[in-house]
Design a protein around this ligand. Structure first.
Ligand code: SAM
Ligand code: CA
Length: 229
């Protein structure tokens, strides 16, 4: 596996995967990873070590109702579906159903499709629609955001209304390939917009007193936020 993370060496990443991650990765997740590996956008998939952290968080808070923004072929979605209880529910949003369908046969085989409400759409209108119903306010235990960085702040505002007190939202790619700490002129052109939005997002999150945060240098950077108020 390619070292997608920010660790010092490929060998160290491989060590971590082989020692602590792969021995516990469930078979359907391995299968989904294999199916995704040949996709031209395979690097978008959540890495198994990041997945392990998400599963730990889900278990720690006994999450039942979750939101997933950015499904792709469904690695983090299947991981969530396998981790929450049988009567748990995931609102999974992606503007591209075709990529979701790549992983869907594996989700079906794992017998967890009944926990998933997949919505093919831009994420913001779906969150607005959820917020129109009072019963969705402060109703969700957990959210994982792994989509367009431009909208992360808007997602944050809406998710804080949807999350229970003590609920957790995890944002992916918050170190943007390490570019957040590099001077703009040294960053590849195609990384610049994402770098800009990520820097702004990190600054605002760090100043947001409604959440407790922890930014973990795992994968491409993951920020865990717990709703405090
Ligand atoms: N979490 C996924 C996994 O484990 O494989 C990876 C998600 S991938 C990095 C980002 C996904 O976000 C893509 O599938 C893309 O179609 C979706 N996306 C991007 N912008 C979006 C938006 N505004 N609304 C909904 N989905 C969006
Ligand atoms: Ca990601």
């Amino acid at each position: 596996m390619e070292n997608k993370g920010l660790l010092q060496s490929r060998e160290l990443y491989q060590y971590l995967l082989e020692t602590s991650v792969y021995p516990h990765e469930l078979q359907p997740l391995k299968e989904l990873r294999d199916v995704t590996a040949s996709h031209p956008w395979a690097t978008m998939a959540t890495a198994p070590d990041a997945g392990q952290l998400i599963a730990m968080l889900l278990k720690l808070i006994s999450a039942k109702k979750t939101i997933e923004i950015g499904v792709f072929t469904g690695y983090s979605l299947l991981l969530t579906a396998l981790t929450i209880p049988d009567d748990g529910r995931i609102v999974a949003i992606d503007q591209n159903r075709d990529t979701y369908e790549i992983g869907l046969p594996i989700i079906r085989k794992a017998a967890v499709e009944h926990k998933i409400d997949f919505i093919e759409s831009e994420a913001l209108p779906v969150l607005d629609k959820l917020l129109e119903e009072n019963l969705n306010h402060e109703a969700f235990d957990f959210a994982f955001v792994d989509a367009d960085k431009l909208n992360y702040l808007k997602y944050h505002e809406k998710l804080l209304k949807l999350l229970k007190l003590g609920g957790i939202v995890v944002y992916d790619n918050t170190l943007w390939g390490g570019s957040v700490a590099l001077p703009e002129e040294s960053v590849a052109e195609e990384m610049k917009a994402g770098r800009h939005f990520t820097i702004e997002f990190n600054k605002l999150l760090a100043a947001d007193t409604r959440v407790q945060i922890c930014q973990v240098p795992l994968g491409d950077g993951i920020t865990i936020c717990k709703r405090l108020h």
